[in-house]
Design a protein around this ligand. Sequence first.
Ligand code: ATP
Length: 815
Amino acid sequence: MAALSTLRQPWVSRLFQTAQSFITGRKKKRNQTLIAALLVLCLSGGAEVLRRRRIRNKVEQGRARLLVRRNSGIQLQDGVKQVYVPSSATDGAVSKVTIYPTKETTFQAHRRLFLSTPVPTTTRKGGASSVPPPKVKPGINLAFLHQFLSLWSIMVPRVTSKETGLLFLHTVFLVLRTYLSLVIARLDGVIVRDLVSGNGKGFLKGLLKWVAVGIPGVYSNAMIKFLQAKLSIAFRTRLTRYVHDLYLNDDLGYYKLQNLDGGLVGGGADQFITTDIPHFCDSASALYSSLGKPFLDLIVFNYQLYVALGPLAFSAITANYIGTAWILKKLSPPFGKLVEAIGRAEGGYRSSHSRLISNAEEIAFYGGSDMEKTILERGFADLKALMEGVYKLKVKYNMLEDFILKYSWSAFGYLVTSLPVFLPAWGGLGGMLELAAHTATDKALSDNDNAISALSATLNHERQRDRMKAFITNKRLMLSLADAGGRMMYSLKDLSELAGYTSRVYSLISTLHRVHSNTYTRPHPELYSLADVQGGTYRGFDGLRFESVPIVAPALYPQGGEELISALTFELHAGEHLLISGPNGVGKTSVARIVAGLWPVYRGLVSRPRLLGGGESGIMVLSQRPYLSHGNLRDQVIYPHTEFEMKAAGKTDSDLSRILESVRLGYLEAREGGFDVRKEWKDVLSGGEKQRMIIARLLYHDPKYAVLDEPTSAVSTDVEGLLYETAKQQGITIITISSRAQLKRYHTFQLELGVDGRGWEFDRIGGDRERVGVRKELEELRRKVERVEGLKKRLVDVKQELGEAGLVGKSITAN
Ligand SMILES: Nc1ncnc2c1ncn2[C@@H]1O[C@H](COP(=O)(O)OP(=O)(O)OP(=O)(O)O)[C@@H](O)[C@H]1O
């Protein structure tokens, strides 16, 4: 209590206040200082972060530019790759793209979608069979739905994926646009009403609202187009990466698609990937807005008209839609099929051009431009004829479509909007208003009262204005509805075209899946069918062994292959170099194709090293035609390694210089301006240089075994010896495919193919059998020489006899 009373003293409270103000003042100041300090700290921290980020960006940009120049990327965990691509054509800026590979489990899950199309085909007895028809005609049918949904699962893999966000945003703007159309329809009616009734204030207010609605209107229109393009790119990215993962992997899809599987009709895989996928994506993303928006409009506007005009109008509109859709569907040409046919013709025409580009030099040597022109013109004429046919069909269809959708629908629209006026009992809300107005006027007239008559005239006037407003609003709604309906009907055509693209993209992916999973199930009577591969390959053998393996040239599935060599058997170990020889076309290169897994092992067993490439457990196959890749000089030596892999393997540019030196290509680095220079190497290097470059590649990868197909046909004999010696010194066991007998000296064994047709002989060079063979050949030659000597002697004798008889002139000599 005493303490309390002390506190109540005025001087105490004054002191307390002074202290408090001092403290709060100090506190305020301190707080201010603290805030200022914090602000300075934040600002300087932020500036530092920005500075570091700028430096990091600069370093990263520098490194990225280097990677772009060096044709390389960064390999992350789980096969994730980071590549850099130029993002601006002018300032050399690059942007980072992270590519996630498709998981094997995803492919497995998708197989059931792409390898068996569950199209129910009801048999006559009523039973259902789910066997997929080999080729369903593209069109709006169940197969299309299945194909589209299968592709959709690739384009939008998860609910949480980016594409779902884009679709959602797209939908938001579509709804917004529909809402704005509704607002505009109402506003239109109000403005006309105010104009007719001379209500200036209301008219101006209406105009202002009209302009205000325009701003979100144009924004939503622009966004719809933008999001449609974004969607198309997003779909294309997903599909292209998926296809790349199936196309370019260890299963050699890119080879098998052309040489073993006949699933792709009309154009090569390039046409499908670069043309059909984009067409499909554009068409799919456009369809979402061209179908989604009118669909939404139909629901909203129909409801509005139902309220305004009544159930009769609604039923008439619905019947009109169904009737129109039925007529158009009945009379429309098969757009899906036509699109597919055009795609096929485009593919053929394009592949003729690609062939011309890749064989330009050979064709130029022959002066074959006339022949090539004929081929190209024929291809284009096919395409043109097809396109003209399609456009002719489209003209008729467009006339019918326009007449129905524009003229007959407008007339129908007027009819429906007049319902409340002429048939008020059937005219919904509008009709009810009309009826109410009628009753009021009639009452006024029957009352015969002047004041009420005047009121009735005003009511009449009012009714006319409302009628005008209702008519304008309903007419606009009808126009929007007709537009929406029209777009729905037009999109029937788009849908058919989409079906055509869908069919092509689906056939690409299902063929790739079939190659990837080796699913050839259709039974076939042929002996060597892809559905009847009984042999196998064991990867992990230190050497090369064939056990009763027939060499079979495959035909496109479902046809069977042709046997070239029967049941080949031989075994080879490290250090035993083999020469495979035989006449042209007998199947020498085919042995390499089987080793590399390009062709199937129909019967028997092939055992080979584990990897197809360099290193202790690798076998490398170098083809007859030297392949030079896109990229710089370094890439030619290290192919198929990237620079990143080269560094990971502990190799440097000076190692490459040494290798080039050893194949007598040391001058290239200086002549071409270093390892980073990019050129079209297949045009820059001569035939011999190309072959030496391929040997350099072999020395770089340093495999334990190497199959070389005619590796030195274009190099001089001294270089040939040097190349073989260098490769052997490196410990590479060489299997050469060549019919040149002088290569025997570099090999231990010889495999002769085509002995008595499909036979073969495997023997040690200089071995007993060969020695016996050579001896036999020598004896044969000796016998022939003896016979020649005998003939010569006989000739001299005959001449002598004839001379003595005086029958022959002096012109005959012994020679
Ligand atoms: N992709 C293929 N599909 C079907 N048959 C093929 C294919 N490639 C080659 N052939 C055929 O297989 C046979 C053997 O071809 P291969 O290339 O193995 O002959 P080769 O003995 O190496 O001939 P060359 O000495 O002329 O190089 C030839 O008749 C050829 O026409």
